[in-house]
Write a protein that binds this ligand. Sequence first.
Ligand code: GDP
Length: 433
Amino acid sequence: KSIVAIVGRPNVGKSTIFNRLVGERVSIVEDTPGVTRDRIYAEAEWLTTAFNVIDTGGIEMSDEPLLVQMRQQAEIAIDEADVIIFLVNGREGITAADEEVAKILYKSNKPVVVAVNKIDNPEMRNEIYEYYALGFGEPYPISGAHGLGLGDLLDTVIGYFPKMHDQESDDETIYFSVIGRPNVGKSSLVNAMLNEERVIVSELEGTTRDAIDTRLNRDDQDFVIIDTAGMRKRGKVYETTEKYSVLRALKAIERSDVVLVLIDAETGIREQDKKIAGYAHEAGRGIIIAVNKWDTVEKNQNTMKEFEQKVRANFQYLDYAPIVFLSAKTKKRLHTLIPAIKTASENHTKRVPTNVLNDVIMDALAMNPTPTVKGKRLKVLYTTQVAIKPPSFAVFVNDPDLMHFSYKRFLENRIRDAFGFVGTPIKIFARKR
Ligand code: GDP
């Protein structure tokens, strides 16, 4: 999906426009306990085109002066986005700060569309002409407060989207990425893996111009490592900020079938690790937890077991993800990663036969009778797998409201016991027959 970034000085209405574009979508995402979400990156849709939007205003670098922050937000937009919406305030004219942002945007080769906000009624439309002076062509009058003008703006924005290769049609290839907070060793790991796999076929141009994805092949299986950029091209000031690293992870998750959530054994588990892993879980990707820098840990017989328990306690919702202990530095256990990714991907795309599935559910119902809520008993009639990536199951019942979280969880565990599904989340929906 293409990425649109909203850029502009503070208080021009970036978050309002972001929320308008994204609508309800952010809040419908299933919330994972213990994971706070940032509303800086979300999916939007116009006509039949889905795309992602970044609110660069949400990426704050707390201790930097405003001007520096604006500059960095504009640079992030240039790096990350396919099209940039440059938002200005239609009630204030062009300010010095607007010109400052414009100067940075000029230097990019990305398409920039100027949106003039706070044009709340048609009479005000004459006031937008002065914004031609910004040098990005026709300015679009909009009103975030009243939701006006967004259609014309989006028609133009979408017109600039690059043509992308269709990832769905390339279904034999396993796309994966390494995600994690800054300095956990993502680039070290990717480089080490690439050195280990001597069978690199080619480097692929990614969907954004800075990303270089690498294709490799092992045992007749094609893989693509998605470049979480920053890996090849480093040294930007904002790279180590928390919000930016989350943004990077979200972009990588979006394009991956399987993600390696990398944790640093030396520093231990942090809140940000949980946040990043939570996004991968909610996106329904295959997941492997990799504990890096294991070489730095002083070990006895119990060390690994204890660390594993710590990981399980901190990432309860990832109980299906295998844990690999490794060192990008000494290359210990790197060879186990590709097979683990392959297994996770196989499970992520696995279909189970309906008759066997229903036998499993019947046994489960016999073992743990369905709950009765307010005198009404849940009846499970029939279960069928409706999707892969991740495997998703529709359970047809007399009344979906009677299927509580705990019973769903019980059925999920029975399905897992019967079919494995290591390394992938699975989804269960109650449907009225
Ligand atoms: P990234 O920000 O996640 O891409 O992290 P880097 O790959 O840049 O690594 C951050 C730092 O950790 C660098 O100084 C690496 O040399 C170091 N590092 C990475 N992997 C390991 C490891 O397995 N063991 C040790 N001891 N250091 C590592």
